[in-house]
Design a protein around this ligand. Sequence first.
Ligand SMILES: Cc1cc2nc3c(=O)[nH]c(=O)nc-3n(C[C@H](O)[C@H](O)[C@H](O)COP(=O)(O)OP(=O)(O)OC[C@H]3O[C@@H](n4cnc5c(N)ncnc54)[C@H](O)[C@@H]3O)c2cc1C
Length: 352
Amino acid sequence: MHDLAVVGAGPVGSYLASLCAGRMDTIVLEEHDGAGGKACSGLVSPRFIEMIPKKVKGAVIDHEVKGAKITFMGTTLEFRKNDTAAYVVNRGLMDRMLAEHASDCGADVRFGEKVMRADQTQEKVRLWTPKHDFESSFAAGCDGAGSAVSRMIGGNAPEVLNGLIIHQKKDDFSDTVEMWFDKSLVKDGFFWKIPRGSTTEYGCIGYRLSFPILEKFFSLEHSDASERSAAPVPIGIKKTHENRAILVGDAASQTKPWSGGGLAYGFLAAKEASEIIANAVRNGDASKLSLYEAAWKRIMLKDISAGLMLREIYRDLDLSAITSFMDRAESLKKESERIDFDFPFSSALGRL
Ligand SMILES: Cc1cc2nc3c(=O)[nH]c(=O)nc-3n(C[C@H](O)[C@H](O)[C@H](O)COP(=O)(O)OP(=O)(O)OC[C@H]3O[C@@H](n4cnc5c(N)ncnc54)[C@H](O)[C@@H]3O)c2cc1C
């Protein structure tokens, strides 16, 4: 029997496994034959970059950005920092390197093992894949939006948005990310353009979106071959612990309700989880896992809740309210340096 079974070798599962492997017998079960392949912009904060291993950091950064241009119904606001505001990383390569790193740290990473069913007793967790049965003292569901471990715990994501991206082979070395909010096209989402150096990314997030909508917005209908990908984005607050199992990352909906960004929150939660699981293993005491929910909420609940509230308000705003909001937001431009990309509401935006 293993001490810990991590379900999912996405970035959060691999990172958690690398933090736990030296301290307990850790197995990772990943449904695909390798890591990587998820649709993701890979736009991350300097805080996130500091958390990934040095070797990975050196290889995966494609580009750096210093500012953002945000257009709400025709009015544009620009925020700039003197230093790097965010990094654009190669997500596929990062996932593969993080899985390798987990393995180097001593985790037993098994590909081609899709967990179909999970259950738990007072003594252990059992996981079934089409090939094998596994038993562990504890389980961490890092298996994303459709988490099998979450089904066992009984908590679905309160809302699931859709994220779509198109990568075009077109140089873009600008240092500014652009975002457009247009309620006539996406009621509570937005479009974006991200410079990636040797490629350009066009994307959108929200409900009922499709590639024709994205292509039409950026006039890409007749453009040359490009790479498209899409994935669900879970948002909202849900149950993340029961008995011997916890959820981390997208499986726990630890995402920013506006952008859907989940890498920094997933890693911060994984750090907390690794300490709590190590304590439970050391003491042979499953009740220690109950500390997890409060631990991750202490870090991000305020910003997640504020983001959810703002989504609700934005849905009902009319044009005059948006104009007044933009007037107030204008005053925040001089505070650009203080806006924290991961915790916008705890930092300067909260005052808005
Ligand atoms: C279009 C788009 C753009 C995004 N852009 C950004 C961004 O710029 N910045 C940012 O921070 N976030 C972004 N995100 C969100 C980010 O991609 C997620 O928050 C992140 O992938 C969460 O990592 P994770 O490891 O928790 O889950 P995932 O990356 O979803 O990994 C889950 C892993 O579990 C495996 N798995 C699933 N089910 C099972 C099973 N039953 N058995 C075994 N294995 C299983 C999957 O194969 C996968 O490898 C974006 C998302 C989308 C859709």
